[in-house]
Design a protein around this ligand. Sequence first.
Ligand SMILES: Cc1cc2nc3c(=O)[nH]c(=O)nc-3n(C[C@H](O)[C@H](O)[C@H](O)COP(=O)(O)OP(=O)(O)OC[C@H]3O[C@@H](n4cnc5c(N)ncnc54)[C@H](O)[C@@H]3O)c2cc1C
Length: 247
Amino acid sequence: MDVQLLEATADPERLICQAARNDYMEEYVADASFEDVMTAIDGDSLEDRQETLIHHLLDHGHFGPFEHPHATFAVEGISRSCMAQLTRHRHVSFDVQSMRYVSFDEVDPEDVHDGEMVVVPPSATDPDWVGRNQESGPVDDETAAEREALFRETIADSFEAYQNLLEKGMPPEDARYVLPIGTKVNLVMSMNARMLMHVADMRAAADAQWEIRELTEGVLNLAAEWCPTTFEYYDEKMHNRKNRLAP
Ligand SMILES: Cc1cc2nc3c(=O)[nH]c(=O)nc-3n(C[C@H](O)[C@H](O)[C@H](O)COP(=O)(O)OP(=O)(O)OC[C@H]3O[C@@H](n4cnc5c(N)ncnc54)[C@H](O)[C@@H]3O)c2cc1C
């Protein structure tokens, strides 16, 4: 999978501070300089004051100001299963690659066998992989090889069936019904910084599935570059703890 930041609010932490300070200022925030807006906050420099305020907001659960900055991410090559989990989050906006208008008629089923069009989970190839909801443990090499062969043959067969149905005149929007839930998809998603923390609370957690965890960790890394004070604090004090944003 790949995840990249496409667009984002240019100075997210200044915006968070302006919004938060608006709540406690007599003056109109739009008429005041940012220096004036921040004078009441402790710190030697403007950067220090910004950090003080952001930490204070996060410490006290004052999350509203984090709803103002937005970020848009491009995601490549996650499974439709992972997408179904992700799109449950109602305050995230999505654009999802269509299977009605994009048909995979040129794909070679041999390449599908090798993992080109379908996400191959680690449990299909790693004998020692143990999933969270799995009753059995690691398997021997022979069973692992059989498991991998079965998985790869099944996904290749389903793409072959899909292409046969297209050749027999079935529209892509209906022929896709035979494709596996692991079929890769690209999407674009936008959310505000508060929602990003909420998604991370749920999807970077130990009980989330490996694929959505990997995606969310990638999003969190990009968020730490985009909105550093907030997401460094998140990483240190909130990541992998109890869901605080919408308990
Ligand atoms: C480990 C794990 C396992 C899961 N298993 C299943 C499963 O088996 N089946 C299944 O269906 N789902 C499952 N889910 C999905 C889960 O139940 C949520 O639907 C999903 O994670 C969206 O998160 P959210 O409820 O916080 O809502 P979001 O859409 O992310 O909204 C954020 C917050 O806004 C508030 N909110 C949004 N809409 C409403 C509303 N209509 N009414 C009141 N408050 C609202 C809530 O406080 C909510 O937490 C699972 C999630 C996880 C992390």
